[in-house]
Write a protein that binds this ligand. Structure first.
Ligand code: FRU
Length: 502
């Protein structure tokens, strides 16, 4: 049965650990031609347990090669989420004779204190690597930030503040985030906080705040730059459980101020989520690399705490999303993030199938597994005038499993329905409702990119302004892709399908 599991469920191109449990991506950075991905990992079990940092490297953020474990838990605790930076000027002093040290900052989660029901369970610590991220030495002066009396005090994300020539760190502190500054990555000064008690209505507070990120980005098509603050929250996500919200604003080196226009839209009840599917959590951006558009690169954990420990795999559990480029756009209302799969994916595009002006009559088959392997595929489509027409894509197999996703013209929303997609009974929260995302625009032109793997779908609608990521576990691979619309003259104007040979 384990071989069958490998065959059926080990993703073709999404990163999974060889064995054991995985959750959040940690410490992602780029240096000297390599991308590094660390991750919350329990190598000795297939459920969450004593946390390590696993490690994988890549030259293109697409193909990952797992490495030996980077950080093991110790007397001070489990190694929870955090980040890594390239200390180009050796401000930490860990580098010897011109070496460029990589510094990881993580949270120690102390189980002894937790068992004794102490409040000071979590503190922040650092480790350094003098071989470009392969092996690590924990700093003897740890912790570098003691617990100030906050129960959930974790997930430090460090970045270099060019303008103020210092390191800035944001971490989650139960129901808010806190900003710290440092010159040497060892001594940290508390600068400010954002989002807590006084402002309960600001953003989503359905659960604890976790895994924040803070970075500056150009606003596409303008000379403006803005600061983006990610905050994962669990529970409280748009479709239940875990999800990542964001705020747009400014940062003066000490304090994050939310953009007024953005705040107005937020206060009107609009939610800003990185992803509107159920399975993208705790993602953050890579450090020491930006895209040619000045954007950041991002990956998330493709699961949800509602059922992450129960999904039907034994050898390993969980995969990461594909790496995505983050874009900051401005529409009539406010600033908004959009995401694209990284360009590097294009290099793996094989067998191509292209069709224009497909008239859809009822349920129309588009592709089958003889033409293209639907478990390793990138699909782009567009509809030139969607009007109020609804349409549903359906992936199906002979076993009767069906995954549907598409657009509902009635309320201008996108959806994914995995209720009949295969194995769903392992948790009553896996498919208890259809995931929905309100569309941001009402343009006639509607386009999308669909990334399919054996157990995941990633949807990038309207140039990535609405992203939906979900996992599924069919009883056999999906063999057919069809589209259905109740509208009589519905036309799919463009369809391009590429097998991904990763
Ligand atoms: C988010 C999270 C983090 C924490 C880690 C523990 O999924 O809860 O806040 O550091 O997982 O594994």
């Amino acid at each position: 049965p384990l071989d069958a599991e490998e065959e059926l469920y080990r993703p073709n191109y999404h990163f999974t650990p060889k064995v054991g449990w995985m959750n959040d991506p940690n410490g992602m950075f780029h240096y000297n031609g390599y991308y590094h991905l660390y991750f919350q990992h329990y190598p000795d079990g297939n459920k969450w347990g004593p946390m390590h940092w696993g490690h994988a490297v890549s030259t293109d953020m697409v193909k990952w090669k797992e490495q030996p474990i980077a950080l093991y838990p110790d007397d001070m605790g489990y190694i929870f989420s955090g980040s890594a930076v390239v200390d180009l000027q050796n401000s930490s002093g860990f580098g010897k004779e011109g070496q460029v040290p990589i510094i990881a900052m993580f949270t120690y989660h102390n189980m002894e204190i937790e068992k004794a029901e102490g409040i000071d369970v979590e503190s922040q610590a650092i480790a350094y690597s003098l071989d470009e991220g392969l092996t690590w030495t924990k700093y003897e002066g740890n912790p570098v930030i003691e617990n100030p009396g906050i129960r959930d005090f974790r997930d430090p994300k460090v970045s270099w503040d060019e303008e103020h020539e210092k390191w800035v760190m944001v971490l989650a502190a139960h129901d808010k985030v806190m900003f710290y500054g440092s010159k040497d990555l060892k001594k940290w000064e508390l600068m400010s906080d954002f989002g807590g008690d006084m402002k309960k209505d600001l953003g989503t507070h359905g659960g604890v705040w976790e895994c924040p990120d803070l970075f500056q980005m150009p606003v596409a098509g303008t000379n403006e730059t803005k600061w983006v603050l990610y905050v994962s929250v669990n529970p409280g996500g748009p479709n239940g459980g875990s999800a990542t919200q964001y705020f747009i604003g400014d940062f003066d080196g000490r304090k994050f101020t939310i953009d007024k226009g953005f705040e107005t839209v937020l206060n009107k009840g609009q939610k800003f989520w990185i992803d509107f599917g159920k399975d993208n959590y705790a993602g953050v951006t890579f450090s020491n690399i930006i895209s040619k558009n000045g954007g950041k690169f991002y990956m998330g954990w493709m699961s949800n705490w509602e059922y992450a420990n129960e999904v039907p795999t034994e050898t390993w559990r969980s995969a990461m999303t594909v790496a995505r480029e983050v874009k900051l756009i401005k529409d009539a209302e406010t600033y908004r993030l959009a995401f694209d799969p990284v360009d590097e994916l294009d290099a793996y595009k094989g067998v191509k199938y292209k069709k224009e002006r497909i008239a859809v009559n009822g349920l129309s088959a588009l592709l089958d597994s003889e033409k293209v392997n639907l478990s390793r595929t990138a699909i782009s489509f567009s509809i030139s005038d969607v009007k109020k027409d609804s349409f549903t894509f359906k992936l199906s197999n002979k076993q009767g499993d069906e995954l549907s996703f598409g657009y509902n013209g009635g309320d201008n929303s996108f959806f994914i329905d995995r209720d009949t997609s295969g194995k769903t009974g392992f948790s009553d929260r896996f498919s208890n409702k259809v995931s929905k995302a309100k569309r941001f625009s009402d343009n006639g032109m509607l386009s999308g990119t669909i990334l399919l793997d054996k157990t995941s779908i990633e949807l990038f609608f309207d140039e990535g302004s609405t992203v939906m990521t979900e996992i599924f576990f069919p009883n056999a691979p999906f063999e057919t892709l069809s589209i259905e619309s109740a509208s009589e003259d519905f036309v799919l104007d463009f369809l391009e399908v590429n097998e991904l040979n990763i």
